[in-house]
Design a binder for this molecule. Sequence first.
Ligand SMILES: Cc1ncc(C[n+]2csc(CCOP(=O)(O)OP(=O)(O)O)c2C)c(N)n1
Length: 686
Amino acid sequence: MSNFNENVLYKKYMQCKDKQYKKNNDHKFILFLQAISTNIMDKKNYQYINHINSPIDLKEINRNELPAVCDELRQFIIDEVSKNPGHLGSNLGVVELTVALHYVFSTPYDRIVWDVGHQAYGHKILTGRRDRFYTNRQFKGLCGFPSPKESEYDAFGTGHSSTSISAALGMSVASLLKDERNRQVVAVIGDGAMTGGLAFEGLNNTSVDKNNLLIVLNDNQMAIDPVQGGFTQYLVDITTSRTYNKIRFNAYRILKKLNILNDDKKNRIIRINNSVKATLTRQHNIFEGLNIRYFGPVDGHDVDGLVRIMSEIKKFNGPKVLHVITKKGKGYEPAEKSATVWHAPGKFNVETGERKVADPNAATPPLFQEVFGETLLELAQKNKKIVAITPAMPSGCSMTIMQKELPSRVFDVGIAEGHAVTFSAGMAKEGLIPFCNIYSSFMQRAYDNLIHDVALQELNVVMCLDRAGIVGADGATHHGIFDLAYMRCIPHLTIAAPRNEIELRNLMFTAQQPNMGPFVIRYPRGKGTLIDWRHPMKAVAIGKGECLKPGKDLAVLTIGTMAVNATKAIQKIENEQNSSIAHYDLRFLKPLDEALLHEVGKNFKQVITIEDGVINGGFGSAVLEFMSDNNYNIHLKRLGINDTFVEHGTPEELYTMLGLDADGIAKSIAECLKDAKSMKFEKFNV
Ligand SMILES: Cc1ncc(C[n+]2csc(CCOP(=O)(O)OP(=O)(O)O)c2C)c(N)n1
C-alpha cells in the first residue's frame, strides 16, 4: 500500500471518527478504515497462521512444524498488541500451550475454559478471529476476554479470576450426566488465579464428584505483580523436588506398562502409590492428596512435549492436573525482563521495546490511583494505625508507593477479595485502620464479607474502590457500575465519591479519623482534572453535599466525577438558551444530605440525577425515594446506565453511547426544560 493512499485513508478515518460516522454509530466502517490506515491490512507473510481459520486447519499441520506455528503466533500477537494495546505478557506465555490444546483437543466440542481470560488472544486468533483481531478491545470490535456471544470456541465467559475450575467442573459433570462421555473439558488456570478461594472450592469439589476434568496449571510465578502466598512456594517445592517427581513418573510408567492403571483399580492404586511416594520423599502433593491425578511439572514452551503428554493424559478418565512451567512474556525480551510493566504495556515499538507513554514531566493531572497511593503513604506516615491491604493489585492501585516506604504495613493477600475484606475486618477489630483497596468490579466478590464482617460489626475499615464507573477497553466484566446500587442498601456504611483529586484526599483523611465506622470511597480509573492537587488535607462533614452553582429552572444532582461532564453540559445549555440551571454535588450517597435535598425538593420542579453506575437502585433511585418519601411532587429524570451490561470501547465512546458525555447530558437537560414548558407540575411541600 502506498504512503499516499495510507495518508488519504487515515485522514478519512479521522474525519469519520470525529463526525458523521460517530453520530451514525457506523463503527464497523470506522474500524475497517482504521485497519487500513494503521497498515494492518498489509499482512505479514505468515506461512502458517494466515491459513489457520479454525483448529481443524491447525490439526492438518505436521507435528514437527508446530514450533514454527508458535513462532508466527507469537510474532502476530506482538505486532498486534504493539499497535492496539492489550494484555501481552500472559499471552506470550501461553502460545505453546494454546497451540497444543487446540492440536490435541477437538474444540468447540471439547471445552477450554480460560481463567481470567486475558491470555486467550492466541486462542482467538486460531479460532477464526485472526482477521478481526485488529479490533480487539475496541468499540464494536472483539472482546479482550473470552465471550461465548462472540464465538462458540469461547466455552465460558471470563474476566474475573479463579472461576475456571468451578465452571469447567460443572461442564464436565454435565457432560457425564448427559451421556456425552467422550467430551473433554479443560480449565486453564494461572498460579495467580489459583490463589483465589473459588479455585480451591472448585478443587475440593473436583476431588469428589464424578468428572473427567483436566486442570492445566499455568505456573509462571507471576500474577500482575509477583504472586504472593504459601501456595506459590508450594508449587516451587513440588516443581523442584527431583526425587519426588522421578519416583512418581517411574511408578506411573510401570503401572501403565503392566496395564493395571485401569479405571476400577485406579483410585486405590493411586492412593497407595501416593502414600508410598509421600513417605519416601516426605513431599506431599496437594492434588494427589485430593485424589486428583497430577502430571508434571513439564516445560510449557515445548510444544511437542505438551502435545505428547496431553494426548496421553486425555485417555485417562477422572480428574487430573497438568502442571506446566512457563515464562510470562516468553519470546519478547523486554516483556520477559519486566513482567509487571509488560502485563498490559500500552502501545510500543516492537524493534526497540520502547513503550509509548505520556511524558512524565508534562504538567497533566494525575491518575486517581496515584493520588490514592501518595495520600495513603502521607496518612500512614502520620497515623501508625493505618495498614494497607490489596488483593493482588499493588501496582494497579499504586499501593506500591507505601509498600516501598512502609513494607511491613502493606499486605498483598493474593487474588482473594473476600479474604482481603475479612482480613481487614480482623485488623480493624484489633484497633488498626485498614485501607483495603479493591477495584469496584472485583469488590462484587466480597459482598457478604462487607455485610457480615465489616458493616454488621461497624468496623472501621476504609474500603477504597478504584476503577469505579466505566473503565473502557476491559469491558463488561470490568466496569465498576454496580457498586453504588449494591452498597446503598447496607446499613452502617458511609459511601462517598469524590468529584476531584482534592476531595479524594480529604475523604481519605476523614475516613481515618477515630470511630468513623465502615467507610467506602469510590473513584474512577484514569486521570483527574487538577494539576495542583497536593493541598493540605482537611476533614469533610459526613453526609454533606455542596451547591456548585445556583439556578432557577432545573437542578442537576451529581455524585463523584460525573460533576465534570455535568458542569460542561450546564455551561453549554446556558450559553445556548436563556435558562438558569443549578448544580449540586451530593458527594455522599450515604448518608444523603437531607437538608440539601429538601432545598431541591422545595425549589425545583425539574431535577436530573447523574451517576456513572446502574440506574436501578443507585444514586438517582435514592434521590427519587427521598422525594417520594417527603411528598415532593417533582419531575425527576435519572441519567446513568440502564438495565444492561456495557460493552468495551474507550471511556469517551462509551459515555457518548450512554448519553453521559457533556453533549448527551446537555441533550437530556434541554429535553427536560422543553417538557417543563409543556407540562404543569403541582408542588406541595411538607
Ligand atoms: C477477581 C479478580 N481480581 C483481580 C483481577 C485482576 N487480574 C487480572 S490478571 C491477574 C493476574 C492473574 O495471574 P495468573 O493467573 O497467574 O495469570 P498470568 O497473568 O500470570 O498469566 C489479576 C490479579 C481479576 N481479573 N479478577
